[in-house]
Ligand binder design. Structure first.
Ligand SMILES: [Zn+2]
Length: 170
């Protein structure tokens, strides 16, 4: 799938969280999910892993989530420790860990889901549940060409986010 489609699915999955988090926090959270949604495709640039391999599994989503959460919490802790007056003083490193882990998990998981939904011609299907079971999954949700499907998902993502922003509690 193209990055556009990945952003679309990430926005769709982040929308319910954005709804409950409210406008400001919800926007920060959705942006974070967007950023992490492209992590699995770094496998294209790594010599040892195959594309659509281990980084395209829910297991990797959990591992990457915890790793990003730990790095985020450590960076936040260092930032708070080095600055006398923090405008983020209402946050604790534990909360940063929780949210960064949840956001990165959701971002990576959305990527895996998106690659199941739209498989680009000439690429291998992904095995999201590896190593529990190795079955390769692909679903043709929208029977249109890959560019159209990617665009449809991106538009759906923006619609979902707009609805969350418009009708969220605050
Ligand atoms: Zn991918």
């Amino acid at each position: 799938m193209y990055p556009t489609g990945h952003y679309g699915v990430a926005l769709i999955l982040a929308a319910p969280f954005a709804f409950f988090l409210g406008r400001k926090t919800g926007t920060v959270f959705s942006s974070f999910v967007l950023l992490t949604a492209v992590l699995p495709d770094l496998d294209k640039h790594l010599p040892v892993v195959t594309h659509h391999g281990v980084t395209h599994t829910f297991l990797f989503a959990v591992v990457a989530g915890i790793a990003v959460g730990a790095v985020g919490a450590a960076a936040f802790w260092a930032y708070v420790a080095s600055s006398a007056t923090s405008r983020w003083s209402n946050l604790t490193p534990k909360q940063v860990f929780t949210w960064a882990t949840a956001g990165a998990f959701l971002g990576v998981a959305s990527h895996v889901v998106a690659d199941v939904l739209v498989l680009l011609p000439g690429t291998q299907p992904v095995s999201p549940f590896w190593p529990v079971f190795d079955r390769k999954l692909s679903v043709e949700v929208v029977p249109l060409g890959a560019p159209v499907r990617n665009a449809v998902l991106l538009v759906a993502g923006f619609v979902a986010q707009t609805l969350a922003f418009r009708y969220g509690p605050g």
